[in-house]
Design a binder for this molecule. Structure first.
Ligand SMILES: [Zn+2]
Length: 331
């Protein structure tokens, strides 16, 4: 896919979400939500709260074109890597731990693998920014960050690749990590709801294919989120450190928290009743863990500066997201 097509797809997906939210909860509160795009070569997005925290919300999310372009390219490269693992090799055999060596869901074709991962990942990041805004993290951080004494026009919360973000330490870093994890929770929750909404739709997938498509989407969602975490981490080591520093938690730390959040949510009786998939708890856990494993394997083996193999210490999890493209046309 050409870059311009990636921008168009992202604009459509995130524009629709913004429209729905703006006409829904924001309109009910007398507030507004907008989305903006920027052309700088920055892998990131940020959230701006333009009004006062006790007034109707005036929120804005800004996304960099470079961010969506890179998410797509990472997904493409990741799929190519997985398809290139030689059958019967040592790496291939590592997958035996997850019951089978299937590395990409067979119910989707090559383009759908990338597209579903892409949509899941950019949607998750969008919801992460919504999480910052809904919880007014800009206001919370202001209480702990050094102030220059000037009047602020907005409360911004930035999510940039580590190389673009300033290195913070101490209490400021701690507050930043806590608010990032809180936004992660919101985003993951929204993504799971979106996934269930799609899977339950009989126009999207019929009863016969539901469980397989559901499993495929969950797997690709967790892969997509994992890749975004690694990319945001930049050249920093992916092994967690003993001291909290920097603006964002380590990618493995984030995965250790959201992967269980995903499989626990999907294992709930309400989710099962709503979406009607037939995947037991063990399968859910292994599915999510395999996805996080695949992404960690890819990042460890192709980005030499990060670290040597740290096979997803995140127990076993993964997650999915919204606006999936389905292939009901599976044979
Ligand atoms: Zn954030």
């Amino acid at each position: 896919m050409e870059d311009i097509e990636i921008y168009h797809l992202a604009g459509q997906v995130l524009g629709d979400l913004t429209h729905d939210l703006s006409d829904g909860i924001y309109a009910q509160l007398g507030g507004e939500l907008s989305i903006k795009w920027r052309a700088e070569k920055i892998f990131g997005a940020f959230a701006s709260s333009l009004g006062e925290s006790d007034k109707p919300p005036k929120h804005s999310i800004t996304v960099y074109y470079e961010f969506v372009r890179q998410v797509w390219r990472d997904a493409e490269d990741f799929c190519k890597f997985l398809r290139g693992i030689p059958e019967g090799s040592g790496v291939d055999k590592l997958y035996d731990f997850y019951d089978d060596r299937v590395k990409l869901p067979t119910c989707f074709n090559d383009e759908e693998h990338v597209k579903n991962m892409f949509v899941a990942a950019i949607t998750w990041v969008y919801f992460h920014e919504i999480g910052h805004l809904m919880q007014e993290h800009g206001v919370i951080r202001d209480e702990f960050e050094p102030s220059d004494g000037g009047a602020k026009q907005t409360n911004d919360v930035h999510d940039f690749e580590a190389s673009q973000a300033k290195l913070i330490v101490g209490r400021e870093a701690l507050v930043s990590h806590v608010t990032e994890l809180a936004a992660d929770f919101e985003a993951t929750n929204f993504n799971v709801i979106e996934l269930l909404r799609h899977v339950r739709d009989s126009d999207f997938v019929d009863d016969e294919a539901r469980t397989e498509v559901f499993s495929g989407l969950v797997y690709l969602m967790v892969c997509g989120l994992s890749l975004v975490f690694f990319r945001f981490n930049g050249n920093r080591p992916i092994l967690p450190t003993a001291v909290v520093e920097g603006s964002h938690p380590n990618p493995l730390t984030r995965l250790e928290i959201i992967v269980p959040q995903i499989f626990e949510s999907l294992d709930g009786s309400m989710a099962r009743r709503v979406a009607g998939y037939d995947v037991d708890r063990r399968q859910l856990v292994l599915l999510c863990a395999k996805a996080a494993f695949s992404a960690t394997l890819y990042w460890s083996m192709t980005k030499p500066r990060t670290t040597s193999l740290t096979i997803a210490s995140c127990s076993r999890t993964s997650s999915p997201t919204q606006s999936f493209c389905n292939t009901s046309s599976r044979s």
